[in-house]
Design a protein. Structure first.
Length: 419
């Protein structure tokens, strides 16, 4: 089916899904979850075909993003069941007031309409996006890269079986069959068919969408995330936060890429950092790219190299981290302002004043004090998944859950008032 045919079908389904009752949505989501579990063998076979095709082309950490197993497929199904249990946001009264002339004004949450998501490499996003879109009364059109297309198609086919069993139009969830760049461009320019476009992927994809989309577009995802270790930090706490932020899953957008260390503790702390995430890791030791001051301390040590001109502006998505020594919290804030992508940034400190200054001055979607950046996630925030992490300020910011997939309208009621 062509992209325009898919979009026409999605547009026709828009009104019916917006009018679905909460009970119908729950039934659809529960049946979608069951269908994914029923089709687990076909989903894993499709995923294996994708993995075989990408070995030798993608790095190991990127292959991990692509890979599915029994546990990850079941997690997708459980995620849909969790979304089903959330309160239905549609019809929520966001504000209400009565004017002096007696008319009442209500601000009411409504669906956006047709939400298109362009994403890369992570087939589990397929279920999260479809489930959140349906629960918020939206039609979902998915466009995934060729590296994960077979996996996504198997997941979508399963979910559509669940929709059919629940008596819901299968056009509520669609997957664009054209995996080329032209197919993505067609979505970006689908004025009158797409109400919101959400790109979820690397810097190049997001830049292309933001610069070329003629439909409303949310800027998401790219994560040059920082951890600043203050002179008043509990160093053991800092090491724990850094190891988790960098090493627990380096291929995701909430993984840290830059470590800033206060000059007052650098001589002692940097060797401890090396022992924790480089020499102390027998599998996947981290490569440290060091500024001049950090290199004067760790230069010549294993996996330590001088930082290049672009290393503090790079989303490595691997076991690589840039390190810079700074004079204090104000310099850390200035560096983050110049290099952060506005995703997630952290300070590790026991000094309340420095923590407060950092929180007020760092202009990112998520700002942490003594907590790993890896928590920037819809599930970890209690949203039961997210459709993306918005790094912009208008409409939505941070993990985009159900309410971020809603717009609103004003409903005005009266007794015949005239102006």
């Amino acid at each position: 089916m062509t992209t325009i045919e898919i979009l026409e079908n999605a547009k026709r389904a828009k009104t019916s899904v917006a009018l679905m009752s909460s009970e119908q949505k729950v039934s659809a989501l529960v049946n979608m979850a069951a269908a994914i579990e029923d089709d687990i063998d076909s989903i894993l076979r499709a995923n294996n075909t994708d993995l075989v095709a990408m070995r030798g082309i993608m790095s190991d950490v990127m292959l991990d993003r692509l890979a599915l197993n029994d546990e990850r497929v079941k997690a997708m199904a459980d995620g849909l069941r969790s979304i089903a249990k959330l309160p239905d946001p549609i019809g929520t009264v966001l504000d209400e007031f009565t004017r002096p002339n007696g008319m009442t004004v209500k601000k009411v949450a409504v669906p956006i309409g047709v939400v298109a998501i362009i994403y890369e490499s992570r087939p589990n996003v397929t279920a999260d996006a479809a489930g959140l879109a349906l629960k918020s009364g939206n039609v979902c059109v998915l466009k995934i890269g060729k590296e994960a297309f077979l996996s996504a198609r198997a997941i979508v086919n399963a979910m559509r079986k669940g929709l059919k069993k629940a008596g819901v139009s299968q056009n509520v969830i669609s997957l664009i069959e054209d995996t080329s760049r032209e197919g993505a461009t067609e979505l970006m320019k689908a004025v009158g068919h797409v109400d919101l476009l959400i790109p979820r992927g690397g810097k190049s994809l997001i830049k292309t969408c933001v610069e070329n989309a003629k439909v409303p577009c949310i800027q998401t995802g790219t994560g040059i995330c920082h951890v600043y270790v203050d002179e008043f930090a509990d160093e053991e706490k800092a090491l724990n936060v850094i190891e988790n932020s960098k090493c627990s899953r380096p291929s995701v957008c909430n993984a840290m890429e830059v470590c800033l260390v206060n000059r007052a503790i650098a001589e002692n702390f940097l060797p401890r950092l090396h022992a924790r995430i480089v020499s102390g890791r027998y599998q996947n030791p981290v490569t440290l790219k060091l500024d001049e001051d950090a290199y004067s301390i760790l230069g010549g040590w294993s996996n330590c190299v001088a930082a290049g001109a672009d290393d503090f502006d790079t989303e490595f998505l691997d076991y690589t981290m840039a390190v810079k020594v700074v004079d204090g919290v104000k310099e850390a804030i200035s560096h983050i302002a110049a290099h952060s992508t506005g995703h997630s940034d952290c300070i590790v400190t026991e000094n309340e004043d420095n923590a407060k200054l950092f929180v007020r001055a760092v202009d990112s979607a998520a700002v942490y004090v003594n907590v790993s950046t890896r928590f920037t996630d819809g599930g970890e925030f209690g949203l039961c998944g997210e459709i993306g992490i918005s790094t912009q300020k208008l409409h939505a910011r941070g993990p985009m859950g159900l309410m971020e997939l809603c717009s609103y309208k004003y409903v005005i009621q009266g007794e015949g008032q005239i102006r």
